[in-house]
Write a protein that binds this ligand. Structure first.
Ligand code: GLA
Length: 728
């Protein structure tokens, strides 16, 4: 059984194939954390709760018969505010008396097979026999608030998911001021923190730095995740590398204001909280009401950052992406945005499709500009009906023409937004988010619709439904090109305005749920000015997310390497565009380590030679689809660590196939005639498909592959190659 409770020592153990997570019910029903790390056979672990000695200023509970126990020191499962623990707290509830002292104690628990869904929220799921769940009920005796801590352990993955259900079991209303989803207590500060920061066009820069005393927070308060900081973090020993050493990876399944707070206390221990950002969060619970926090995903690896990433990748494809497209081969698309921006009509799109067809492309995606009066980005958002001046004869007619060429058809939406210059805004100016008495700021000439309101969601759903149900649409790109300011809802009473941001996210999830339920066969791609909402919450609904508006392959190396720390290659939207100095071949090598597609005018932006390259790329896309999308990714040479080149590799699950990819960014001073592969079977014999030469897996992994024929002197600026190895 992966989850056990040792009655004698009062210890809960959550075991995965490689890890153990343990905590205990201590005296006075405190829930004390004990351990998270490599798998352990023992259950008597209580000594692990002592992390430093009592200070003269440490408060204690006189009912606890243990001189060394103080809330000031002990690691807790779900630390609370104001009752003796002075570190950052996961839960803070302001009760009927007006104070925010919160103190939870164990009441009961249950262990059962399966994984519950979380109402209104994206969350991981499991089929029968794949997971076991522990629910630990606690109560705060004064407010009556019950916190139920949920933990799920997955049979085949070193993964634990966590969330918390809060219920007001008291008689007075309470306000949740902090309600995090998980707390991890690591016994040391000798750790590096790895996280992803960035901005528009420059997402997912990987930063690794040593922990220091004090509090570090990575967060968003934009209303959306943002590209500034991704809700992913990993902690690794300083000696941990890509393929060796311990790592604790954490990711939050949420698309709004999040916070990952790390406190290193003055005893040198580390507390990590992950949850909804408490800034701008106040949630009122009337007696009997409950609140479910979003879900946190914890991955432990004893084989470096690479193994952590591979766990996230496979786990998300198996247990998070609910779309039927998660594991299905997706059509190879061409997108109109960089090819035409707003300047298109039906004939131009059909001409794109005609040319694309010759290249083997399978779907035309009509991006922004097909609706209302949307001839530029100044107007039209909110008016989701076809502009028949542009698409003469209507959308169905256009789709028929595209389908007749043998291509599927996709369409762009930005459902959460409205331009002041739109029919929707003129009819419902109050639907745009603004705080009472204040003007709303404008960003990209647009405002955000109040998605907390059902009437607003109903209107947008109905508009989308009309188009989607009357036309043969195979794909939607769901965009979101601004963040929320002057946040408030006209329909919430003053005491509930603190709920706005989370209610907004719940509203977006509700709309996505309705669309994907009504049209389950449509492939949904998420986007937010590129990768500004690249998170696990979106992955639940959309199996792919546009990774960045930057399509230059050299820049994309850093962006995609960073994203791959947590998110699968199968989720990373990546296209070959005309927007680069690098060769079409290199653009293809990088985009192929993503969902792959094109975003250029196929009539004018490819030379005859480049067309030949594209035909080869399309063949490679089909040949390597499974290997790239469902194989194991190994990051061999990171573009942030080597200024000259980047190397990465895929290995099929049966280890019978491997694909090595290299991009040369600058002319290297060294020869780079070899590189060691990873993840192969040492005893199998692999044949280099290009040269026909055979090597053992052991030789390829320890001696390296033979690149001596490659001439870096002449091919250094954005050149690339792939090498395919197959077991004989
Ligand atoms: C965002 C997206 C682009 C494109 C435009 C359309 O910037 O990231 O891919 O769809 O919007 O306005």
């Amino acid at each position: 059984m992966p989850i056990t409770f040792d009655q004698q020592h009062h210890v809960f153990k959550l075991d995965t194939s490689v890890s153990t997570y343990a905590f205990m019910v201590y005296q006075e029903n405190y829930l004390v954390h004990l351990y998270y790390g490599a798998k352990l056979p023992d259950t008597d672990l209580s000594y692990l709760m002592y992390r430093g000695k009592f200070d003269s200023l440490s408060p204690y509970n006189p009912k606890v018969e243990d001189l060394f126990f103080s809330p000031d020191i002990q690691p807790f499962e779900y630390p609370t505010n104001g009752a003796g623990d002075f570190r950052i707290s996961a839960l803070s509830v302001r009760g009927g008396s007006g104070d925010a002292v919160t103190d939870i104690r164990y009441v009961s628990h249950k262990i059962y097979d399966g994984k519950p869904s979380l109402p209104g929220l994206p969350a991981t799921f499991a089929q029968e026999g794949q997971a076991q769940t522990l629910e630990v009920e606690t109560v705060d005796a004064v407010t009556g608030v019950k916190s139920t801590l949920l933990y799920t352990v997955f049979e085949d993955y070193p993964v634990i998911t966590r969330s918390v259900r809060l219920e007001n079991g008291g008689e007075a209303p309470v306000v949740l001021e902090r309600a995090y989803s998980s707390c991890v207590e690591l016994p040391t500060m000798d750790l590096d923190m790895v996280h992803l920061w960035g901005k528009w066009w420059n997402e997912n820069n990987t930063e690794r730095r040593a922990l220091q005393h004090g509090i570090t927070s990575i967060q968003s308060k934009r209303g959306m995740t943002g590209s500034n900081h991704n809700p992913f973090v990993a902690f690794a020993h300083p000696s941990t590398t890509e393929e060796s050493g311990e790592v604790w990876g954490m990711n939050f399944i949420y698309s709004g204001n999040f916070a990952i707070d790390t406190e290193v206390d003055t005893r040198g221990t580390t507390r990590v909280l992950m949850g909804i950002n408490p800034t701008d969060f106040r949630w009122r619970l009337e007696p009997g009401e409950s609140f479910q926090t979003p879900e946190a995903v914890l991955v432990y690896s004893d084989k470096g950052l690479g193994a952590m990433s591979r766990t996230f990748h496979h786990f998300y494809l198996d247990h998070l992406c609910r779309s039927e497209w998660a594991k299905k081969k997706r059509p190879l698309l061409i997108n109109s945005w960089e090819a035409a921006f707003f300047d298109f009509d039906d004939d131009k799109l059909v001409a794109f499709a005609q040319e694309a067809k010759k290249l083997g492309i399978e779907m035309l995606v009509m991006d922004d500009g097909w609706f209302g009066t949307r001839n530029d980005d100044l107007r039209g958002l909110g008016d989701w009906y076809v502009n028949e001046k542009k698409l003469k004869g209507g959308l169905s007619h256009l789709i028929e023409r595209v389908n007749a060429l043998g291509l599927k058809f996709g369409i762009w939406y930005e459902p959460e937004m409205v331009n002041p210059d739109s029919d929707l805004y003129r009819a419902h100016p109050d639907w745009a988010i603004r705080a009472k008495g204040r003007e709303h700021s404008i960003s990209r000439y647009q405002c955000v619709l109040d998605m907390t309101r059902k009437d607003v969601r109903d209107n947008i759903f109905q508009q989308m439904y009309n188009v989607l149900s009357q036309n043969k649409i195979d794909y939607i790109k769901w965009d979101c090109n601004r963040n929320i300011t002057e946040a408030a809802s006209a329909t919430l009473p003053p005491e509930r305005q603190g709920e706005f941001f989370h209610r907004y996210v719940l509203g977006v999830y509700d709309l996505m749920d309705r669309i994907t339920t009504a049209f389950p066969h449509i492939l949904l791609e998420n986007c937010s000015s590129g990768g500004c909402r690249f998170d696990a919450g979106m992955l639940y609904y959309a199996p792919q997310i546009w990774t960045s508006d930057c399509t230059d392959p050299i820049e994309r190396l850093t962006i995609q390497f960073g994203a791959s720390l947590c998110y699968p290659v199968a989720a990373m939207g990546a296209h070959v565009s005309a927007n680069s100095r690098a060769s079409v071949k290199t653009r293809g090598v990088v985009a192929m380590s993503g969902t792959f597609g094109y975003e250029l005018d196929p009539r004018t932006e490819l030379t005859d030679e480049e067309r030949e390259v594209v035909l080869q790329q399309v063949a490679d896309y089909h040949k390597y689809y499974d290997l790239i999308h469902f194989g194991d990714l190994y990051r061999l040479t990171a573009p942030t660590e080597n200024p000259y080149l980047a190397d990465w590799q895929f290995v099929s699950p049966d280890k019978n196939e491997a694909l090595f990819c290299r991009v040369i960014m600058r002319r290297p001073p060294n020869l780079y005639q070899s590189v060691c592969l990873a993840g192969l079977d040492p005893d199998k014999i692999y044949v280099d498909e290009e040269t026909g030469k055979a090597y053992s897996g052991a030789l390829l992994m320890h001696g390296g592959i033979d690149l001596s024929a490659y001439d870096y002197a002449n091919n250094y600026d954005g050149d690339s190659f792939m090498k395919h190895f197959v077991v004989r």
